[in-house]
Structure formats: C-alpha cells, structure tokens
Design a protein around this ligand. Structure first.
Ligand code: ZN
Length: 371
C-alpha cells in the first residue's frame, strides 16, 4: 500500500495514460459534498463540472481512531435467503458501473459493435444476465446507491444525501477490520462521494471506501477514473474496488449520439485493460471476480438523451460477471435487479449484508471450477 500518494505529471493526451505516468491520485475519507456553483465543462446538471484542482488530501494510512468499533451482536442475524451451497474461490471483486448506457447499445444490440471486449472476450469467460433491471429511480445517485446497498434508495440526485442502508464498503470493512485502502471507489462525479459510506447508525465513515476522485478537465473523463483505478489496483491491492465511468451519460445529456456511442466503446476498452491488468497481477489473477453493470439506461427513441423514466429503456441494464466461481459462457434470463449485486458480492467475499433487500444471484455461481 502507499502511505502518501505522490502527484505525478498531468497527462497532455486524452488517451489513457501509461500506468507510470498517472494523473493525480487523490484519496480522501472526507468526501466533498458541495457541488461547484458554476458548472463549466459538464452539461449534466446532476454531474456538474469538476474544479480545476482539489485541495491536498490526507494520506491513505488508516487513522487509528477509525478502527472498527463494529458490534456484530447489535445487528440482525439475517442471511441471504438463497445462499449457494459452497465456499467461493473469489478473493477480490472489481465492480464497474457505466453510467447511463442503454441495454440497446450494449448486449441488447445484436451486433454488439460498441462492446467488442465485453461481448467477445469477457462474456465467454463468464456470465451475462439478459433480464437485469433498475426497478428504483433511474438516476445516477439512486441507481448507484441501489448497487452499493442492495436496497432501493429514494435519494435526491444532487449528491447531498447518503444512502440510509449500509454500503458494501462498510459491510466489508466492518467484517474484516480492514483499512480504507482495501475498499476503494474510483469516480469523477461531484454527486457520487455520498456513495462511499451510508448514514446508517451502525456503520458510517469509519468503514467507508477510500475515494479516488479524478479531476480530468476534458473528456474522456473516464480515462481519469481508469488511471486512478489501475494505480489503486497496482499499489493498494484492494479486495473491493468500484469504478464509476460516466462519459456515455455525459454525451447523452448533450445529445451527442456519436459521442455517446464512442464513449461506450471507449469504456469497453477501459474495462478490458482493467481485466488484463488483473490477470497479469498474481494478487488478483484467478481469484478476482469482475462485474460490469449500469446505474440506469436512457429514454426510448427520441428520449434517449435523458433518463429518469420508468420505461423499459430506462430500466433495462446490462450485467456481466467473470470470475473463478462463475461458469464460462453462461447466459442467464432470470430477472434480477441492481439490488442483487451487493448481496452477491457479500457472498463472494464472505461478508454478511444484513440490511439488503436483494438476493445472492446463486444462478451465477458454480461449485466446480470451470477453468
Ligand atoms: Zn445522467
């Protein structure tokens, strides 16, 4: 682990920088909850522009006062309603959320032209679910909150309110007494810091994720998230990493159809690079489960630039999972929702998720190692 991130040179190219020349890696346990007053570069009012720079952030070394004070006896002894009957081999989970990519531009497109790596390289190694939905609010914060808490969260989309149910980061750190370095959230949105930990009284900041905020000033913003995530994987070796990519949603809100499509394809490449890094690292190779999903889709037809509705196009999202406990080439049509991700991650990493509403996706998992 690194005790103090060292700022490195700022990339001048919009391409994904080399891992040896990463942009500023900034981590904080004190998320910035105040959006900028004057949006400049980002048209989405819910994901407004990034500031030119962020204040220096504290080191990644856990504060001794933030060691767990978790009292398991205070919590209900709820178990997943359908635990699979075997002990998973997964030791780490990487969860990637592509903000606002519709099903019809991902696995719902018969050509799958925009997701060549997801469709042709990763799906054959694992599973996809063709009936995966956001049944809550189809907005960024509520969608992400459903993913990290396993509950529908009726939250404002302005990043001013935390989830009321514990997040996977808190469950994981409370169960393992691990430092924040072990549960990392890489993103670049001013409304997403509320996802690092919940307002739940039994959990909270002391169990929150280390936050790696990308301040890339120009698109593709997702290159910043990818660079921070890849550096975190290399240097911190977290067992739980969530990456939120937002370029498709940004392009959608400015009605840039070509840009929206290109952003999905670029994210496909980013995900493939993350997967390749995992496979090249003995800490992760063969014992890491990758999951990819969306927080929400977008409106149907002419409504594609926006989202928030309750139609099929807003609700239907992708779900892909690859890892040592998942048989290759599996295509699941059992209807599942964003709420089922958190309990499934809890099962894979062997921590309880007592407040979730979803279920472990047992149909994803196999007792026999397929590879
Ligand atoms: Zn949006």
């Amino acid at each position: 682990m690194i005790s103090s991130p060292t700022p490195s040179s700022t990339p001048t190219s919009s391409r994904l920088p080399s891992p040896t020349f990463l942009p500023t890696l900034t981590a904080t346990s004190t998320p910035i909850l105040t959006p900028p007053q004057t949006p400049t570069s980002r048209p989405d009012p819910t994901q407004t522009s990034l500031p030119p720079s962020l204040p220096p952030l504290p080191t990644l070394t856990p504060d001794p006062t933030h060691l767990p004070t978790f009292q398991p006896s205070n919590l209900p002894a709820l178990q997943p309603s359908n635990p699979p009957p075997f002990k998973p081999s997964t030791k780490a989970v990487v969860l990637i959320i592509i903000d606002g990519a519709r099903w019809t531009e991902t696995f719902g497109d018969p050509t799958r032209d925009l997701i060549p790596h997801l469709a042709n390289d990763l799906a054959p190694l694992g599973a996809i679910n063709t009936a995966f939905y956001n049944d809550g609010q189809t907005l960024t914060v509520p969608g992400h909150a459903a993913i990290v808490t396993g509950t529908w969260q009726d939250l404002p989309n302005n990043g001013q309110a935390r989830p009321t149910a514990p997040t996977i980061f808190e469950y994981y750190r409370a169960a393992t007494a691990s430092s924040a370095d072990d549960a990392v959230f890489a993103h670049g949105s001013f409304i997403e810091p509320v996802l690092t930990y919940s307002a739940h009284p039994a959990y909270g900041a002391q169990f929150g994720a280390a936050e790696f905020f990308s301040d890339y000033p120009t698109p593709p913003y997702d290159d910043g998230m990818a660079a921070n995530a890849r550096r975190a994987l290399a240097e911190l070796k977290p067992h739980l990493l969530m990456i939120s990519l937002l370029d498709p949603d940004e392009a959608g809100h400015i009605r840039d159809w070509a840009g929206y499509r290109q952003a999905i394809k670029h994210d496909d490449e980013i995900i493939w690079q993350v997967w390749q890094q995992l496979q090249a690292d003995p800490f992760y190779a063969g014992q890491t489960t990758l999951m990819v999903t969306n927080d929400h889709g977008r409106g149907c037809g002419e409504g594609w630039p926006e989202h928030g509705g309750d139609d099929e196009c807003n609700r239907h999202v992708m779900f892909l999972a690859v890892g040592p406990d998942i048989p290759p080439g599996l295509v699941i049509s059992q209807r599942r929702t964003l709420r089922d991700i958190a309990p499934t991650i809890g099962y894979l990493l062997d921590f309880e998720t007592p407040f979730v509403e979803g279920e472990v996706m047992a149909e994803l998992l196999t007792q026999e190692s397929p590879r």
